[in-house]
Design a protein around this ligand. Structure first.
Ligand code: UDP
Length: 396
């Protein structure tokens, strides 16, 4: 299976990955996160873990458990760390610690190298018995809400090294090594591999979307950081001038209890416009996501806060120009007038959407550049190599 990537990345690149992996033979690796599906982390782990195993590295993936209170707390951490302000549920730190305790006692943590993904399981470091621990932070921690960051930092400081997604997230108050590893997409997955035009059309028809009229698509959980209301506003501004449809595809994640509330807010903002499709697909609707991204005329990722935004690379890989929020990891992917446009307000987003809808040749140019940019920088094989490097550097 792994040799199939050679066609995309070249033999030399693949050989270098195999060579690094050889150094880790006999080492046991564990990844821990907080949801088996939904969101970018689960997406990456579901591809990365099998590849690590295929390279002969003994790799496991475990998911912590928690109740609604715990995930409400961790979502408030997530929001306040990214927004710089926040409101925490009563007893937040105690609830967080209680579930670290429960998971720490239940999980077998007897591994040589442990990657802990994001804040939700970060406190498990208290239960380290052996091995090197790496905190892999997928979110924007450049301007965190201090009370939450100070709480989390007591754990983060105990890790042997830290991985962040973009240089702009680097923190001067951490003394351990901080490695920069942007996330990635799997070009061979059902979500990203080429599919026939007829399949794209069939899926669009199934959801009552007309493949022959222009389409703006955003694929995102219903989360305020993804600015669904800003997307609706953008669409409404564009719609004043030209025919267009909006498809917002979201799906629930078990560690995100806010999805339903935000979905309802979005439904209300959309009103009765028949050209707005707000779709709540079941998790793992990968073929549908592939089709919606390929069927789009323009892909939007109008986030207000974003760790990376895998959906951006997914769209660029499908040669779609992306209008992306100028935040977090999006500027690594959206380069102005090269792969898309960076925006802040719905007005800016509407301006560039109209510009792209009116200029097929520019859409094509940006789309081609986008695919090449992802091929060079944001494919799973590059992230795999980086993880192996960090594992060997941290382990040695
Ligand atoms: N996703 C999906 N179905 C949806 C919404 C999102 O499969 O309805 C996927 C999306 O294709 C991407 C991941 O979930 O692979 C979201 O990752 P991203 O980094 O964009 O955002 P996150 O949810 O991690 O904040």
């Amino acid at each position: 299976m792994i040799e199939k990537y050679a066609e995309i990345i070249g033999e030399d690149e693949l050989d270098s990955i195999v060579k690094i992996a050889e150094k880790l033979k006999g080492v046991s690796v564990l990844h821990i996160n907080s949801t088996p599906s939904g969101g970018g982390v689960a997406e990456i782990l579901s591809k990365l873990v099998p590849l690590m195993r295929e390279l002969g590295i003994e790799t496991d993936w475990k998911v912590i458990r928690g109740d609604k209170d715990f995930f409400t707390v961790t979502k408030s951490f997530h929001n306040s760390l990214q927004n710089g302000f926040g409101e925490l549920p009563k007893g937040a730190f105690e609830i967080y610690n209680k579930w670290q305790e429960i998971n720490g006692n239940e999980l077998d943590l007897d591994y040589d190298i442990i990657f802990i993904h994001d804040p939700q399981p970060a406190g498990l470091i208290k239960f380290r018995k052996k091995g090197k621990w790496i905190w892999r932070c997928h979110i924007d921690i450049s301007n965190p809400y201090e009370p939450v960051w100070n709480f989390l930092k007591q754990y983060v400081q105990q890790y042997d090294s830290i991985i962040i997604s973009s240089p702009v997230f680097g923190r001067d108050d951490l003394i351990k090594p901080q490695y920069i590893v942007p996330p990635s997409i799997d070009p061979l997955s059902i979500k990203n591999r080429p599919i026939p035009e007829i399949t794209v059309r069939r899926i669009l028809y199934k959801f009552d979307v007309d493949p022959d009229r222009p389409i703006i698509t955003q694929v995102s959980r219903f989360d305020r950081a993804k600015d669904p209301l800003g997307v609706i506003k953008t669409y409404k501004l564009v719609k004043r001038h030209t025919d267009v449809q909006l498809v917002y595809v979201g799906s629930p994640a078990s560690d995100d209890p806010e999805g339903e509330i935000v979905y309802n807010e979005t439904v209300q903002a959309a009103g009765s416009d028949k050209d707005i499709k707000l779709l709540m697909l079941p998790p793992n609707s990968d073929l549908e996501i592939n089709a919606f991204q390929r069927g789009a005329t323009i892909v939007m990722q109008k986030s207000i806060k974003e760790g990376f935004g895998l959906t951006v690379s997914e769209a660029l890989w499908k040669e779609k120009p992306v209008i992306g929020g100028n935040t977090g990891g999006i500027p690594l992917q959206v380069i102005n007038n090269v792969t898309g446009y960076l925006v802040t307000t719905p007005e800016e987003a509407a301006h560039y959407t109209l510009y792209l809808l009116r200029n097929t040749n520019i859409r094509e140019r940006l789309g081609k550049n986008g695919k090449e940019h992802v091929r060079k920088n944001f494919l799973i094989t590059r992230e795999l190599r980086d993880y192996l490097m960090v594992a060997s550097l941290t382990g040695s």
